[in-house]
Design a protein around this ligand. Structure first.
Ligand SMILES: Cc1cc2nc3c(=O)[nH]c(=O)nc-3n(C[C@H](O)[C@H](O)[C@H](O)COP(=O)(O)OP(=O)(O)OC[C@H]3O[C@@H](n4cnc5c(N)ncnc54)[C@H](O)[C@@H]3O)c2cc1C
Length: 380
């Protein structure tokens, strides 16, 4: 049984690792990604705020050496979910089971003025470039703004606003600066009232302006003004934006999407096409677009494939649970454990913030690198 896994992010790495751990050389997995290296989403913020170097957060796929897994670095050019044939820059691949884990692409150019007048920090190159922008910023009005929904890691804009506060404070620029956070949500983390309250209290304490239930419609780069969806205008000197998200074009063209994302069974991650699964940001499964959820979904898919190998009828189902780390600034991190079950309102708790949880977050990353790449993460 040949398993072809498209995308080596959180979802694709977890499916491949679990199959390799359980089946060894018999796993017969082809893992395809166009990127040279894997980067955690949270590492983008670490680089941007000068907490680490770009080199330290790039994990080359060349290091993925796993029994039964062949990593192919190439572009996925087309996907036929009916025949499970995939065309790539390295030729066609036919799958008995296909797992689509291609994530969400971001499109800064889809928001008028963002490319000319602002900076996005959601791509690897955008986040790394923003590090230099922040270093040469001499203070002024900063906006952290979201341009559309859905977007990856809903806590990330709140974390960014708090880290901008720390950055400007450390450089003696906070007194002559303003920070505003524009978010489409009514609360920073809607499923967790405790986390939302703690964040709102921290914004108030640190003088961060909170603009809920709105998006950034466009930037007027000549007047240095952000126009919000309610028509309000906010002047800025530095704009840090979360761009429009969409499925990768190859997924859009595959015929698998409904309303822009791949629908899946929320318990099994099966798509409408037999033996084709989809996990993570590329789906409309109903969980937030975050790595921890992609990973949880990947485990369920790997277990379904293992059950087939073993003629086992007992299938684990996806429980919609994930624990997200939440940077509060001042080296403090909290966790928010959230459960998203279809047909039920999501519920979330809050632990921390504390410095101890910051250490747990670091171990979260290291443990993934150990399992997925078989090496220690040598941070500088
Ligand atoms: C600033 C920021 C902070 C974040 N912080 C967190 C956090 O603290 N915790 C958390 O859980 N999540 C966080 N996230 C979100 C997290 O990074 C994503 O939700 C997660 O990576 C999704 O996993 P995935 O497997 O679905 O897709 P991805 O990890 O995006 O992987 C998709 C892969 O597909 C590849 N690909 C796409 N198209 C093609 C193609 N045509 N051909 C070949 N390869 C292709 C890409 O190169 C990529 O490697 C953060 C995101 C950002 C931007």
């Amino acid at each position: 049984m040949r398993i072809v896994v498209l995308g080596a992010g959180f979802g694709g790495l977890e499916v491949s690792t679990r199959l390799s751990e359980e089946l060894g050389d018999a796993a017969n997995v082809v893992l395809i990604d166009r990127a040279e290296s894997f980067v955690f989403g949270f590492s983008k913020l670490d680089v941007m705020f000068g907490r680490t170097t770009p080199k330290a957060v790039l994990h080359p796929y060349a290091d993925v050496v796993k029994p039964g897994v062949q990593f192919v670095r190439t572009d996925v050019i087309s996907i036929d979910p009916a025949t499970r044939r995939v065309d790539t820059g390295a030729g066609p691949f036919d799958a008995d089971v296909l797992v689509v884990a291609l994530g969400a692409d971001v499109h800064p150019a889809a928001t008028p003025g963002l490319v000319e007048g602002g900076h996005e920090f959601y791509t690897v190159s955008g986040a790394f470039a923003t590090r230099d922008i922040l270093e040469s910023f001499h203070g002024g009005r900063v906006i952290v703004g979201v341009t559309s929904t859905p977007f990856k890691c809903p806590p990330a804009p709140s974390e960014t606003a708090l880290l901008v506060h720390d950055h400007l404070t450390a450089r003696g620029l906070r007194d002559r600066s303003e920070i505003s956070l524009v978010m489409p949500l009514g609360a920073p983390i809607p499923p967790s009232p405790a986390a939302s309250e703690a964040l709102l209290a921290t914004f108030a304490e640190r003088g961060i302006g909170w603009f809920p239930n709105r998006l950034i419609r466009k930037l007027d780069s000549t007047r240095h003004v952000a126009v919000l969806t309610d028509g309000a205008e906010l002047p800025y000197d530095l704009f840090l934006g979360v761009p429009v998200h969409r499925v990768p074009r190859v997924v859009a063209e595959s015929g698998m999407c409904v309303d822009g994302w791949i629908p899946v069974d929320p318990l099994t991650l099966e798509t409408a096409f037999p033996d084709v699964y989809a996990v993570g940001d590329v789906t409309s499964v109903g969980t937030p677009k975050a790595g921890v959820f992609a990973e949880g979904q990947a485990k369920v898919v790997a277990d379904a494939i293992l059950a087939r190998h073993r003629d086992d009828a007992d299938l684990a189902t996806y429980d919609g649970y994930g624990v997200c780390y939440l940077e509060f600034g001042k080296d403090q991190v909290a966790t928010v454990g959230v459960r998203f079950r279809s047909g039920e309102p999501p519920v979330g708790d809050l632990k921390g913030p504390s410095i101890r949880i910051a250490d747990d977050k670091s171990e979260f990353g290291s443990s993934r690198i150990r399992r997925w790449f078989g090496k220690e993460w040598a941070e500088p």
